[in-house]
Design a binder for this molecule. Structure first.
Ligand SMILES: [Zn+2]
Length: 342
């Protein structure tokens, strides 16, 4: 079994507990800091291997008892961020777990075993849909498996506080809804210190995956004005929203702490701008399927899941361009191709 290594760092009064993981992101970080006499934890890490053991060892090293922690924000409901929420709550029933309304709704839905059939059905519909985009039937099957695989690792934890964009907790902590990597993703901005806890929204070296995932009907009804398809639009405007706050330091859930937030935000925006440009150039007078575009972009030697991730990323960019009127969707014989109008 993988043995996780951990380290504790202190940055301007914020404790970072950094524990490595055998995934591409290399490690998962959680943060602890005081607001007045309250102790706040950002994210609840991962419940796999000995991550949990390392986390509790780190608390002991910091001489912090689990019962000393008052609030725990969940940036989003991926397993490396919500992992220990139920265990922390079990050990400290007074702990207030905070998550965005969409995270709460999705978590409740995905962790309800009664919805498994529905979830499989929705995954099958997505797979059916993306056959039109050029992937093989075999790959479609893997996509269904992927969508129904990860929710198994999620454990339901009822939030004590459900938040929406702009909500303020403990006078200084502002909730910034940043949909993109996950629909219910939030960043936490400390208005006093101007520190931003960015979850996976802003990372130091990679751009988070922006794609389309399964959404239950209930969310569509509740968030009628939200375009769940054009997620890149929300991701980019969330970056602007963060930039306007002028954060001094960004504390992300993976990779390095960011001491030049404005430059990093510009870099990420530039990355997407270039990708949009490259896609437009690829389909100038030469319509291609989203899958063909993703192969030209990310290469052909990806496994099924990564090639689906690449496809969904490309699709995100195409939907964004379509919304701007810069590409045209051509559909014939059940196959979809896109042409640049730029
Ligand atoms: Zn993550």
């Amino acid at each position: 079994m993988h043995k996780f290594k951990s380290e504790i760092n202190e940055i301007e009064g914020v404790y970072q507990i950094k524990i490595d993981v055998p995934f591409a992101v290399k490690y998962v970080c959680v943060y602890l800091f005081k607001v007045g006499d309250k102790l706040v934890l950002i994210d609840s890490g991962l419940n796999m291997g000995n991550w949990r053991k390392r986390f509790f060892e780190s608390l002991r090293e910091l001489k912090i008892d689990i019962n000393d922690i008052d609030y725990c924000f969940i940036s989003h409901i991926h397993i490396d961020h919500i992992g220990l929420a139920n265990i922390l709550k079990e050990q400290n029933p007074n702990l207030k777990i905070i998550m965005h309304d969409i995270s709460y709704e999705l978590l409740k839905w995905e962790t309800n075993k009664a919805n498994l059939v529905d979830l499989k059905q929705k995954a099958a519909e997505i797979a059916e849909q993306i056959l039109k985009y050029g992937i093989s039937k075999e790959q479609g099957k893997k996509v269904v498996q992927f969508f129904t695989y990860w929710p198994q690792f999620l454990v339901y934890q009822k939030p004590d506080i459900i938040v929406n964009d702009g909500d303020i907790i403990l006078e200084n902590l502002q909730v910034i809804w940043t949909p993109g990597h996950s629909f219910g993703h939030i960043c936490i901005f400390d208005k006093k210190s101007k520190f931003l806890f960015s979850g996976d929204h802003i990372l130091s070296r990679i751009t988070p995956h922006i794609g389309n995932f399964i959404v239950n009907e209930f969310l569509h009804d509740k968030y009628r004005d939200f375009d769940f398809n054009n997620i890149l639009k929300y991701y980019l405007s969330s970056l602007d929203k963060i930039d306007a706050l002028n954060p001094q330091i960004i504390f992300p859930a993976h990779q390095e702490i960011i001491f030049n937030p404005h430059e990093r935000i510009l870099e990420i925006k530039e990355h997407h701008k270039n990708r949009l440009r490259e896609i437009l150039d690829l389909i100038k007078q030469n319509p291609l399927s989203p899958f063909e575009i993703s192969q030209k972009h990310f290469g052909t030697d990806l496994d099924e899941i990564n090639s689906y991730m690449a496809l969904s990323e490309v699709l995100g960019h195409l939907l964004y361009l379509e919304d701007l009127g810069k590409v045209k969707k051509l559909e014939d014989d059940g196959k979809v191709r896109y042409l640049s109008l730029d």
